[in-house]
Design a binder for this molecule. Structure first.
Ligand code: ATP
Length: 305
C-alpha cells in the first residue's frame, strides 16, 4: 500500500533555532495516527509544514506521492485540516455554512454534504445556527468541512482540547468511522496519552523536535497479550535468576517487586516454577501495559504537560 503521507528527513529552523530535527515517517490510508509529545515538542510546527502553512527547511513531505516542495498546490489539495479554529459563520446553520464553503470547491454535491454530515453524526443539529453549537459540535462541523473535498489525509491538531469526556468519546467514535469509511489517513496530535491510545492504530512520539519512536498501539492486539506483571518473592535475587533462566525474559525491579512484561498464560507457569525452586511467593499481580508506561519509558521523565 502506498502511504497517504510521507515525511522524509524533514527539518525546520526558525531563526537560529533548530525546531524540527530530521523527522521521517509514513501514514497509510484508513489509518488513525497519533502524533504524541509533550508541550513544545514540535507537533504544531510539523503539522504546519504538513498543511503548507510554513516552509520546510530541508527534507520533503509527500502527499499521495506528490511533493510539497516541488508540487505544492497538487500535494496540499489532498489535505484536509483543522489546525487553527475552523472558520464558521455563527449566525448561519451548519448546513448553510457547509453549503457556502462547498461553493468554493468544484464538484461538491448536496449528496456529498449530507455524506460528511452523517460521518460526523451531526444530522439532527445541522439546521441549527452554529453559534448555538457546543464546542464538540463545532469541532465536528469543522471536520465535516475539512472532509468535503475528499482529502487523502485529514489532520487534526489537538482535537480534544477543551472538550468534556462525552465530547472526547464522540470524537473518538467518529474519527475511527471516517478513517474506515472514507479510507482517509487521519493524523491526530495530542499530549493526552489515554485518548490517543483509544483512538489510534499507531503513534509517533516526538520530543525536542525528534521522532523518538513510532509504534502500534497495544490493544489493537488482544488483551492479556502484553501485561506488566509484578511479583513479590523471597529470596528476591533467586527469584530473578529463576525467572530469567526459565522464561528468558528481561526483568526490572521496583521496590519489593520484580517486574516483567509477559502474557497472561505464563503467570501460573512462573508461579509454579518459583514454588518448585523453593522460593516463597507472596504476591503476583498484573497491569495492562499501557501506552503511558511506554511514553514514560521512551521520553524518560514523569511529566508530560
Ligand atoms: N515562530 C517561532 N519562533 C520561535 N520559536 C518557535 C516558533 N514556533 C515554535 N517555536 C518553538 O518551537 C518549539 C516547538 O513548538 P510547537 O508549537 O511545534 O510544539 P508543540 O509540540 O505543538 O507544543 P504544544 O503541545 O504546546 O502545542 C517550541 O519550543 C516553541 O517555542
Amino acid at each position: 500500500m502506498n502511504p497517504a503521507m510521507k515525511l522524509v528527513n524533514v527539518r525546520k529552523n526558525i531563526g537560529k533555532k533548530e525546531i524540527i530535527k530530521d523527522i521521517s515517517f509514513e501514514i497509510f490510508p484508513g489509518e488513525v495516527f497519533g502524533f504524541l509529545g509533550p508541550n513544545g515538542a514540535g507537533k504544531t510546527t510539523t503539522i504546519r509544514m504538513m498543511v503548507g502553512l510554513i516552509s520546510i527547511t530541508s527534507g520533503d513531505i509527500h502527499i499521495n506521492g506528490m511533493s510539497v516542495k516541488h508540487d505544492f498546490k497538487e500535494a496540499i489539495r489532498h489535505v484536509g485540516a483543522i489546525v487553527e479554529n475552523p472558520e464558521m459563520y455563527p449566525f448561519m446553520s451548519g448546513w448553510k455554512n457547509l453549503k457556502h464553503y462547498a461553493r468554493m470547491i468544484p464538484g461538491i454535491t448536496d449528496d456529498r454534504i449530507r455524506e460528511v454530515i452523517d460521518l460526523v453524526g451531526l444530522e439532527k443539529a445541522i439546521h441549527e445556527k452554529v453559534g448555538k453549537y457546543s464546542l464538540g459540535m463545532r469541532q465536528r462541523i469543522g471536520v465535516a468541512q475539512a472532509l468535503l473535498h475528499r482529502p487523502s489525509v485529514l489532520i487534526l491538531d489537538e482535537p480534544t482540547n477543551g472538550l468534556d469526556p462525552a465530547g472526547i468519546r464522540e470524537i473518538r467514535q467518529y474519527i475511527r468511522r471516517l478513517a474506515e469509511e472514507e479510507n482517509v489517513a487521519v493524523i491526530v496530535s495530542s499530549h493526552m496519552l489515554a485518548e490517543i491510545e483509544l483512538m489510534c492504530d499507531r503513534i509517533g512520539i516526538i520530543k525536542n523536535g525528534e521522532m523518538i519512536t513510532v509504534q502500534e498501539v497495544e490493544g489493537s492486539s488482544p488483551k492479556d497479550q502484553d501485561l506488566k506483571v509484578y511479583i513479590e518473592a523471597s529470596p528476591k535475587e533467586d527469584a530473578i535468576q529463576v525467572i530469567q533462566s526459565a522464561f528468558e525474559t528481561s526483568v526490572m525491579e521496583e521496590d519489593k517487586f520484580i517486574i516483567i512484561h509477559t502474557t497472561k498464560d505464563l503467570i501460573p507457569k512462573i508461579n509454579m516454577e518459583l514454588v518448585h525452586q523453593g522460593i516463597q511467593v507472596f504476591e503476583i499481580h498484573s497491569k495492562q501495559s499501557s501506552l503511558e508506561d511506554k511514553f514514560f519509558e521512551v521520553i524518560g521523565e514523569n511529566t508530560i504537560a
